[in-house]
Design a protein around this ligand. Sequence first.
Ligand code: FAD
Length: 469
Amino acid sequence: TAAIWWVRKDLRLSDNPALTAAVECGVPVIPVFIRDWQVDALGAAPKWRLEQGLHQLDKSLRDKGSRLTVLSGPSKEVLTDLAKETGAKEVHWNRTYDPEGVERDTAVKSSLEDMGVKGQGHAGHLLFEPWTVETKQGGYYKVYTPFWRAVKSNDISEALSTPGKIPAPDQWPDSQDLSELQLGKAMYRGADVVARFARVGESAAHSRLGAFVASIIEGYDETRDLPWKDGTSNLSENLALGEISPRQCWHAGFRAREDGKAGAETFLKELVWREFAYHLMWHTPQILTENWKSDWDAFPWNTDERKAEVQAWKHGRTGIQFVDAALREMYVTGRMHNRGRMIVASYLCKHLMCHWKIGLKWFEDCLIDWDPASNAMGWQWSAGSGPDATPYFRVFNPVTQLEKFDKDRKYVKRWIAEGRKNPHEDALAYFDAIPKTWGLSPDDNYPDPVVTADKGRQRALDAYENRDF
Ligand code: FAD
């Protein structure tokens, strides 16, 4: 007999309710990762990053005398077969909350139950499960601030420690080799470049959190807005794959607040933005695919990805320095500063009047911290079509934003090589990271704006004024 821990977005041993529950069964535990169609459907960078994370998790398991079993196929069939083969009586996982995942998990649970096996989801990916936070009228929150007020004083239980032992079976089930899955192969941009910046695994995540609460948090209120500075936690990459739990981050932030560290409250609020994104995705899953405010369906968005200005945006060659620097940061590091995300999204949706779905999909392909809920909320917020969104007529000016947040052009110099005598090494790394088919070189001239800040703003405002909704 055995218990199965179905590994998904919870690549960690500490504070892992599913793993702890499997260990508490008191029988050998089989950690299994399944390459199902949802894994195949991931964008290039998230898929590559997942492989890195799985290798690291396997190492941590092996240090404890356990290992990751790797299988491919539809999760329901794979898990029911594995339960039969191993005689498992329980299967544990941490919930993920996206609509397709929920459907899959429900089907898995009922198939397992049909064969007398308990299938149990746990709350490990969020601080507050989406259905546990309700307005006074019993509905869900559409605006962040009241959501924050509703949860900020909630008791959050202590994080679980790493199980002392993860009992191993006498014989491991057959497993594929992780490298055989070739998840990283999808990464047609320079994975070796991104690898230099990625911080993979549970212990890397805890080092990041430690460094953040030890010093960066003090200045976080200001530094979090400065794209040239290492002034945030950088934990999104680890949170996306569950290499650290939100509860571990919350308690660290909470203690920092008790210690009187400035910035700690803001950090807690940011963690709650992530919760809010999941709250919205759970209650209104159409946020992933449709204008959350459906009157935006009538807006004359460009949806043609082949347009030259969309290509220029994707290539980081719009001629608008803040936009280009941020997009290049994404190809090199797999991540983008939050201010950059807001600027590039606003420029695409407003100055270029392109549908937010173009940008959402592109981020999904390029970000190693890709998160379905935060990405969708971020894009719909930027476009004006989402809940609690920035109004369409409030158009970020990427030129004045640069003046405000990158006065000395440190960010621009770090990421843009063209026209410079001694380009920064990261600016040059962009040319190693991008596909050769883009045909770009550091010796190219830096382009003129595809749409200037002023013209684009006026065009967007005119379209908004003349909209028929
Ligand atoms: P910190 O400033 O250190 O914040 C701590 C944590 O709080 C973050 O790791 C993150 O989990 C959470 N957080 C902070 N800001 C936000 C936010 N605005 N929304 C939701 N959670 C937040 N975040 C992702 O994790 N994945 C995405 O795919 C993603 N796509 C985005 C797309 C757009 C268009 C926009 C505007 C924002 C997007 N964000 C996304 C949110 C935000 O930009 C990142 O979470 C943040 O930049 C991560 O950096 P950090 O870990 O240093 O954050």
